[in-house]
Design a protein around this ligand. Structure first.
Ligand code: AGP
Length: 615
């Protein structure tokens, strides 16, 4: 979604805000702009297209001021034009506003403001905000009051940042609902704000978070926090362990490739410090409110997520039911609250899975569950994210920043987190004895090495990409615990290369998809050594006898699969519970190399955003 950056301090704001926007490119955008307070006046610089266009504009028309805000826009209302690019100004050019989210009642507000003589120059919902602020500042004479009153008129989720030449040296940031976060960064005689940590990590790792119905008034010497009702707030300062280097590409061609290749480390990091091998115990500090009796009361999980995280939610069903015998229902975040789910507040727990912790549909599912009295357990990669703050207990992925829009290392870490949760529940509920747990933990300890072997043994992904990059349709097949990876492999391909791809349970082939089989549509089949291998072999034969092409993912040494398939990508043998961590990696590489061969924008695929903070 949209990216937000702000700076106030002793340095020039323009270059700092621009670099911050660059760090947020992965959030997806159609245009970018910034405003700097320059000699008492607001200097506006806006451009459509890549951030580089804005950078060129700043070279041609530099700004000198030391207070500024910037925005990358992912269009929701209004075409991709310079006029619709944020920041938006009031009628006199004395106030600018940037926003993430949607003003659901902007038409009514706009009609009211037009009647009051305001002139609108864009088609955006955001512009209604700046005119509201102008109206209320004129009435109250105070910018903070004006922003409070304006925000309370809005319906829908919004993160809003305001800068005015009438109140120089001050940036005001406010939040309504879950439209993406606002992080306040503490520097040396300078302050920053951003929608995401990577935008400010070059300058500080000390941050506070503005939450729903709260606002911050930021000046070079610090920040004041309050509710939208004006109630002063004291905010904790968090130290974020991410460093700027981990946010850089480190020599890789794309963030996505770097993050695929980081998976031996990220799988290690999600495990680190959480296993007691001597006692065969999983220790999840973040789950203190889900231990002992409070854990034994759980009779059902509702696992809710979106996109790739939803595929991890499907895997959470296999892992938690298989390892701890606790029933799990799985829902898309965007469906859960609309189907009026049957929930038992005494015994049900909502399990929310989200890399960003800011996906509005997943957060809305959490709000629904909390409103119905359920406890929420979260799995996320971002410390201080909205999900982490809503959850009663959180398992952090500790995967470091995932910049590529296509999720890779976060997904494999989600699987491991769900595996550890399954063992933890078995241990706390007494359904897994110590010898069983010791075996399960030993399998886990061996996993990073197996991941490392796949990453180290470069396979002929590029050759496969060369063969098939022009195909227009792919079918991905898997069974049992490897069925979700058929969906994930298909999602990776379609979101990176814009090729149509479908994932299916292989057993469903005969109920329809088999009609699609011909020599034009490659079929990727996950056929590892497990309880359904024979059935996968049959599926591969069904495809081949109809002239179809099969790219198999198989267990090392399984020559029978290799004989039947056109191409085989081998992975090491591992516990069936953990095979999805291994079988997804060849699918990540295949999608990556096909997208590169097509010349697609791998880290920022068209129309996509890293964190979907609007419905
Ligand atoms: C994954 O490759 C996609 N970028 C997308 O489906 C993503 O998984 C989804 O938007 C959920 O994001 P989250 O994990 O941050 O909630």
């Amino acid at each position: 979604m949209c990216g937000i950056v702000g700076y106030v301090g002793h340095r020039k704001a323009g270059p700092i805000v621009l670099e911050g926007l660059r760090r947020l490119e992965y959030r997806g955008y159609d245009s970018a702009g910034l405003a700097v307070l320059d000699g008492g006046r607001l200097a506006l610089r806006r451009s459509v297209g890549k951030i580089e266009n804005l950078a060129r504009l700043l070279v041609e028309q530099p700004t000198r001021g030391q207070v500024g805000i910037g925005h990358t826009r992912w269009a929701t209302h209004g075409a991709v034009t310079e006029a619709n690019t944020h920041p938006h100004t009031d009628c006199h050019g004395e106030i600018v506003v940037i926003q993430n989210g949607i003003v659901e009642n902007y038409r009514a507000l706009k009609a009211e403001l037009l009647e009051h003589g305001h002139v609108f120059r864009s088609q955006t919902d955001t512009e209604a905000i700046v005119h509201l602020v102008e109206e209320y500042r004129r009435e109250s004479g105070d910018l903070v009051t004006a922003v409070q009153r304006a925000l309370l008129r809005l319906q829908g989720a919004s993160a809003v940042v305001v800068l005015s030449s009438l109140d120089p040296g001050k940036i005001i940031a406010a939040r309504l609902g879950n439209a993406g976060g606002i992080v306040v960064g503490y520097g040396q005689d300078e302050m920053l704000i951003a929608s995401d940590m990577p935008a400010i990590l070059d300058h500080t790792q000390r941050v506070s978070f503005v939450e729903d119905r709260e606002m911050a008034v930021i000046e070079a010497g610090g920040a004041q926090f309050m509710t939208l009702a004006g109630q002063p707030l004291t905010k904790q300062i968090h130290v974020i362990p991410w460093d700027p280097v981990s946010v850089a590409k480190e020599g890789f061609k794309h963030f996505m490739l770097k993050e695929i290749c980081e998976q031996a480390r990220s799988v290690t990091d999600v495990i680190r410090g959480r296993l007691d091998l001597d006692k065969g115990r999983v220790e999840l500090d973040g789950l203190r409110s889900f231990s002992g009796e409070s854990c034994r009361d759980i009779r059902r999980f509702h696992s809710v997520a979106c996109g790739t995280a939803w595929h991890a939610a499907l895997l959470s069903k296999f892992l938690i039911e298989g390892l701890a015998q606790v029933p799990v229902d799985v829902d898309y975040g965007s469906e859960f609250r609309y189907r009026r789910p049957l929930l038992d507040p005494e015994h049900d727990v909502l399990l929310a899975i989200s890399q960003s912790g800011e996906t509005v549909d997943t957060l809305a599912a959490m709000e629904e569950a909390r409103g119905r009295g359920l406890r929420c357990l979260g799995i996320t990669n971002v410390i201080g994210s909205q999900l982490a703050r809503l959850a009663d207990g959180t398992i952090y992925l500790n995967a470091g920043p995932e910049i590529g829009v296509a999720s890779t290392k976060a997904f494999t870490s989600m699987i491991v987190a769900c595996y550890m949760l399954g063992v933890y529940l078995g241990q706390e509920r007494g359904t897994l004895d110590q010898p069983s747990r010791e075996r399960l933990l030993q399998d886990l300890v061996e996993l990073p090495g197996l991941v490392g072997r796949i990453l180290a043994e470069g396979r002929d992904y590029e050759e496969l990409a060369q063969l098939y990059f022009k195909r227009r349709d792919f079918l991905y097949l898997g069974r049992g615990i490897n069925y979700p990876n058929a969906l994930e492999g298909a999602l990776k391909l379609k979101e990176l290369s814009y090729i149509h791809a479908e994932g299916y349970p292989a057993g469903e082939m005969k109920h329809g998809p088999i009609a699609l089989i011909d020599e034009n549509m490659p079929v990727v089949a996950i056929a590892v050594r497990d309880s359904v291998r024979e059935k996968m072999l049959s599926n591969i034969e069904q495809v081949r006898v109809r002239g179809g092409i099969v790219i198999a993912v198989a267990t090392e040494g399984d020559e029978e699969v290799a004989e039947k398939a056109n191409h085989t990508l081998f992975v090491p043998a591992a516990s069936p519970w953990l095979m999805p961590v291994l079988t997804v990696i060849p699918l990540q590489f295949l999608a990556y190399h096909i997208a590169v061969r097509l010349g697609c924008d791998v880290d920022q695929p068209r129309n996509l955003a890293k964190s979907v903070t609007v419905e």
